[in-house]
Structure formats: structure tokens, C-alpha cells
Write a protein that binds this ligand. Structure first.
Ligand SMILES: C[S@@+](CC[C@H](N)C(=O)[O-])C[C@H]1O[C@@H](n2cnc3c(N)ncnc32)[C@H](O)[C@@H]1O
Length: 246
């Protein structure tokens, strides 16, 4: 039932040199997985427009520009690729709401703790998971994300990784995150005529005690994307790593 996410392509998505070379060759804006228009209902639900937002692994996506057009006031964008950051800085020098810095998500010590209300990740944890020392890189990055979030703040992860591959990283008790899961189809996906599914993509998907999809949950689009909304809880929740939704 679950997607096999163990197979990354042969590209080294965890390597800065790979991304620099890619952005030299492909300078035109590109959004991985989904455009802001599809993600807007989720972003607007969890990220107030007055939030201080950190976009990690921004690449040359239009997502942050689209968010500013939608009213967001303060978005710090970081990426390991100096090529992408140089391009984006120049492109958006006239938009004061957008800032760009070259930085590795595994070490964001430039920022003091609890600097951001919201951290958005579209495809960046996925890239680390395809690189060398994937498990260590993912843990370093998530520790930094947790450190930078204000209490009550949200980390929104947009990924192809299903709960069997991602919950083990996100549900570490040390982060104390309450996690809500959404499953959304890839752009252009059409429900089969006569599909009996009553599940709206805009509603959270209930997860089991172990944070997995229920056994009877049908992934209508096998190439769907997952949105994990991780809220940093103010008080420790003991050993409960996540709260299943109804
Ligand atoms: C799959 S792309 C996604 C780009 C963009 N978020 C989007 O949605 O189109 C992954 C991005 O993560 C960046 N990246 C990879 N490893 C990184 C790291 N350790 N630190 C910061 N950025 C990284 C890459 O340079 C690339 O721009």
C-alpha cells in the first residue's frame, strides 16, 4: 500500500556541487512537487501572514514570491547553492519582504534559537535523504529546525516521503512536535470517474498510534505528496511523539 520511497535517483541531491551545476544549467524558475496555488489552503491555515518565515532549501522556486503576493511580510530564504542564492538575491532585490542567504540547513547557527514562527521545506529534507550520510544529515537538519522554531510555531514539510519513511524522523520525542498529516495529489491528477472516495484532500488524514496511514487508507494517486504540519508544543507531552487526528 505504501509508496516505495527508498529509491532516490542516481543524482546526488545532498551535494552542493550537484545543485550549483544544476542551477547554472537551468536558471529558469522551477517549483518542485507543487506550486503555491495548490499549497495555499494549507499555508494560509497554519502560517499567519505576519509570521517570520524561514524557507529552507528555497532553490529558484516561485513559492516565496507567490507568498509575498499573497500578503506574507517576512520570508528568509536559504539554500546551500551559492548559485541559486546569487540569482534569487538579484532577481528579488526590489522586494524587501524577501531575503536570501547561502546556508547549509544542517548548521543554521547564524540564527539564534526561536527565531522563526514558521519553517517551510519543499523537497529539502528529501534531498538530504538522497545524499551521503542521509540519516545523520536529516537528524542534524531537524534538530536545527526544532531549535529555530518558536514555541507554537510550525514546520511544514512537503515531501514525497510517506509516513513509513518520514515519521521515524519527525516523531522524535526531543522535538515535541504535534504532527498533522495531509495527502495531496500531484498537479494534474484527476480522480477516477466513479471514485467512491469521500476524503477531501484539504482534510487531515488520521494516522495510527505508530504515526502510519491506516491499513484501509487508499492512496488514490500513487505519486501523491505528503504535507506534515509539525507544531512545536509549548509543554512537554511526555513520551507521546505525535497526536493522531480524528
Ligand atoms: C528538491 S530542491 C527544492 C527547491 C525548492 N524548495 C522547490 O520547492 O522548488 C532541493 C533544494 O534543497 C537545496 N539543498 C540541498 N541540500 C541542502 C542543504 N544541506 N542545505 C540547504 N539547502 C540544501 C538544494 O540546493 C535545492 O535547491
Amino acid at each position: 500500500m505504501y509508496k516505495d520511497v527508498s529509491s532516490c535517483s542516481t543524482f546526488n541531491y545532498g551535494d552542493a556541487l550537484y545543485w550549483d551545476a544544476r542551477y547554472v544549467k537551468e536558471a529558469a524558475s522551477f517549483d518542485w512537487y507543487q506550486r503555491y496555488s495548490s499549497l495555499r489552503p494549507f499555508v494560509r491555515r497554519y502560517v499567519p501572514t505576519s509570521s517570520r518565515v524561514l524557507m529552507i532549501g528555497c532553490g529558484n522556486a516561485l513559492m516565496s514570491e507567490d507568498m509575498v503576493k499573497d500578503g506574507y511580510e517576512d520570508i528568509m530564504n536559504i539554500d546551500i547553492s551559492s548559485v541559486a542564492i546569487a540569482m534569487m538575491k538579484k532577481k528579488y532585490e526590489y522586494i524587501p519582504q524577501l531575503k536570501y542567504m547561502q546556508m547549509d540547513v544542517r548548521d543554521m547557527s547564524f540564527f539564534p534559537e526561536e527565531s522563526f514562527d514558521s519553517i517551510i521545506d519543499k523537497g529539502t529534507l528529501d534531498s538530504l535523504m538522497c545524499g551521503n550520510d542521509a540519516q545523520i544529515s536529516a537528524a542534524q537538519m531537524l534538530r536545527e529546525v526544532s531549535r529555530l522554531l518558536k514555541p507554537g510555531g510550525t514546520y511544514m514539510l512537503i515531501t514525497y516521503g510517506d509516513p513509513t519513511a518520514r515519521m521515524v524522523h519527525l516523531s522524535q520525542p526531543v522535538y515535541n512536535w504535534k504532527i498533522v498529516l495531509y495527502v495531496i495529489p500531484r498537479p494534474g491528477f484527476e480522480r477516477r470517474a466513479g471514485s467512491s472516495s469521500a476524503h477531501s484532500f484539504l482534510e487531515p488524514v488520521p494516522v495510527t498510534e505508530k504515526g502510519l496511514l491506516p491499513a484501509d487508507f487508499v492512496l488514490e494517486d500513487p505519486d501523491c505528496h505528503f504535507i506534515y504540519v509539525c507544531t512545536k508544543m509549548v509543554k512537554p507531552q511526555g513520551s507521546i511523539p505525535y497526536q493522531p487526528t480524528n
